[in-house]
Design a protein around this ligand. Structure first.
Ligand code: PAN
Ligand code: ZN
Length: 183
């Protein structure tokens, strides 16, 4: 029998239809994520920083997969570009694919010894995120950074270790260009 499907607009990165949910992070949700916490508190807490659309057709089961699209808006807190919270997977050995759909930015990848690598994200870029690697998207452009993702549905998200110690590098704007600042 013919089943209803979800729709993925691969140019806009828009996900709609069955089993699709949306979540949003605004400045007010992102305490202690950006370096300049005073500046964040001065800004509008309702300002949207990023949204995630997610297709969940199986739940959090071993062997399952989730498909998502992240939209990180352009903007800065002080000199630091808008970015995702970033996380390790709760089940550390679970890997993930990201791919660039539109906009431009950076993917920060950090291992458990806090050694960081950075990959450029742009339309068509493909990123394999191995297990045991924390990942964060940074929008260094002037339009939304839209990135697709697919990951094991039992991976889970561990935000706490990142909330506590952050990533070992930050991406700040200096003279109109992104620069890396060690933490
Ligand atoms: C992505 C991320 C998404 C939002 O779907 O969850 O980009 O980032 P945070 O989860 O760090 O807020 C993913 O990596 N899933 O595993
Ligand atoms: Zn992930």
């Amino acid at each position: 029998m013919l089943q209803k499907t979800a729709l993925f607009d691969s140019l806009q990165g828009k996900l709609t239809g069955d089993h699709v949910s949306r979540s949003r992070r605004s400045l007010g949700d992102l305490s202690n994520v950006f370096l300049n916490e005073e500046e964040r508190l001065r800004m509008n807490p309702d300002q949207h920083v990023y949204e995630v659309e997610m297709h969940d057709s199986c739940g959090e089961v071993e062997g399952g997969l989730f498909f998502g699209v992240s939209h990180v808006h352009p903007g800065k807190v002080g000199d630091e570009y808008f970015m995702t919270k970033g996380h390790f997977h709760q089940k550390r050995n679970r890997a993930e694919y990201y791919w660039g759909i539109s906009g431009e930015g950076l993917l920060l990848l950090m291992d458990e010894a806090r050694v960081c690598r950075v990959e450029k994200v742009f339309p068509g870029s493909l990123h394999f995120i191995a297990g045991h690697i924390a990942h964060r998207l940074v929008n260094t452009g002037s339009s939304s950074l839209v990135v697709g993702a697919c990951w094991p549905s039992d991976a889970g998200h561990d935000y706490e270790s990142i909330q506590k110690d952050g990533f070992s590098i930050r991406v700040m704007e200096k003279n109109g260009e992104p620069v890396f600042v060690k933490q």
